[in-house]
Write a protein that binds this ligand. Sequence first.
Ligand code: HEC
Ligand code: HEC
Ligand code: HEC
Length: 463
Amino acid sequence: MKTFTHSLLLSAAVLLSPLALAQASNDAETLAKGEYLAIASDCTACHSQEHAAKPFTGGKAISSPVGTIFATNITPSKAFGIGNYTEEQFANALRKGIAADGSHLYPAMPYTAYAKLTDEDIHALYSYFMNAVKPVDQPVPETELPFPMNLRFSMAFWNALFLDDTVHQDDPEQSESWNRGRYLVEGPTHCATCHTPRGLLMQEQGDQFLAGAQVGPWYAPNITSDKVSGIGSWSKAEVVQYLKTGHVEGKAQAAGSMAEAISYSFQHLSDGDLNAIADYLATVPAVNTASDNRFNQGEPGNKLAAFRGKDFHEDTSAPGARLYSGSCASCHGYNAQGTEDGYYPSLFHNSVTGEANTSNLIATILYGVDRETEAGGHVFMPPFGDQPNALNNLDNQQVAQLSNYILDMHGLKGTQVTPEQVAEIRAGGAQSPLIQYARVGMGVGVVVVLFAIGLLWHRKRKK
Ligand code: HEC
Ligand code: HEC
Ligand code: HEC
């Protein structure tokens, strides 16, 4: 009898389990797992304007090449957030880019990556957001992209073409760590949304996985296993150190969106997970995009003699060297050698000055560096752009002169920066040609875009 009721209960539990799973769990283990995944996925980077004070309340403006998209309130507020989302609707938003009301999300929400999330991890995330995040009744501004990008349904075509919504599957041929690393890189940590170049329709180019891409004013470099143009020359320990502190001496530092990703997200991953990421990255197919290794360009030196003894304000020779001496040498050293403890990095043997894409050099000068990690402390370089807290504002011409001086003395020789490039980075980076087509004339624009999408769709279906 006892075994009978037991098995009856058991079968009832089995029958009920899909239902039970559709409801948020409230046990400490699931909530902790959900919180860890929310950190690994960096939900806060986009969905919080004030990360510490009001997490997940949305309203942050995400500048995309086609216009500004506002991240929504994802606290469990019933009026303004996702309080009414079922677990299935939550899963559809994360993995398919479809909101609860059936409308399509823009891929500024990285659902192309979160599509890899397992059911179990979706469940943990849902439980965390529903039970452990404080509901905040706060509206967010409406996203209004210019026509034709405001036609959300066009994302259905885009998804049909470019969304691979197959959930992650372990490869039995590979180690547990490699599989975990692949899951983290392709899914939660969404490295590819920044590091993989995009095509005309903003889709990630699969054959160029992690081969380097522009993200607003910054450039997310090639991090494939290529020994020359990727990070194939880094040790695994260096990759782990970079993700934990944003700093690897004589190689690279993290500013801009990478500094944010490290501060909010990657530094909090377990050592096991960071090593897993390094294990997997070492096997990402090498893509050769540059003939020079950006980590060993340039050398120490100065041109002080060019203006020594001359009146600093009246003499106009060697403008780059003078700007360097006046604005940068106090921290990076008169020979750009940095400090012995490496807190102020050398500007030679530095990925930013050795890279043919000069965005990060220009952006560093304009926006500075501000990064905080447990292992590396607070790292700060003041901005020299047009910020209210700028040390001293440099105009486009001056930033170009300074950059060219640094590139010639300490970086990839022969690389040139123009004042126009500086203006573009100052304005937040290049706009997508898509929107320019669209602006040629509303009618022409939508025809061009829909035709291009239709053509690609047709081609893909034929394959
Ligand atoms: C890179 C930026 C970014 C990250 C990271 C991000 N989101 Fe989003 N998310 C957005 C944007 C932008 C929107 C609104 C898109 C739109 O309006 O089409 C959005 C929309 C959503 C929606 C639909 C909300 C609604 O109002 O119906 C949900 C749910 C959501 N995100 C959850 C998450 C969760 C959970 C995470 C972490 C696992 C996350 N997001 C990470 C940018 C992001
Ligand atoms: C939000 C965009 C974004 C995401 C997500 C992102 N990165 Fe980055 N990454 C960047 C940018 C921008 C830089 C350049 C930073 C700089 O030089 O100041 C960068 C730099 C790097 C570098 C240093 C390369 C060099 O030559 O300087 C490594 C390594 C790296 N990222 C690895 C990763 C990994 C691994 C992931 C996923 C776990 C990831 N990134 C996710 C934007 C991003
Ligand atoms: C007050 C000290 C200070 C001054 C002045 C300063 N820097 Fe920096 N710089 C730093 C710090 C700190 C870092 C970040 C180190 C790190 O990320 O670990 C940095 C980083 C950099 C980087 C690497 C950024 C990256 O993303 O990898 C470059 C390039 C750079 N500085 C150039 C300059 C130039 C050019 C000037 C003059 C306009 C300048 N710095 C002035 C302190 C300074």
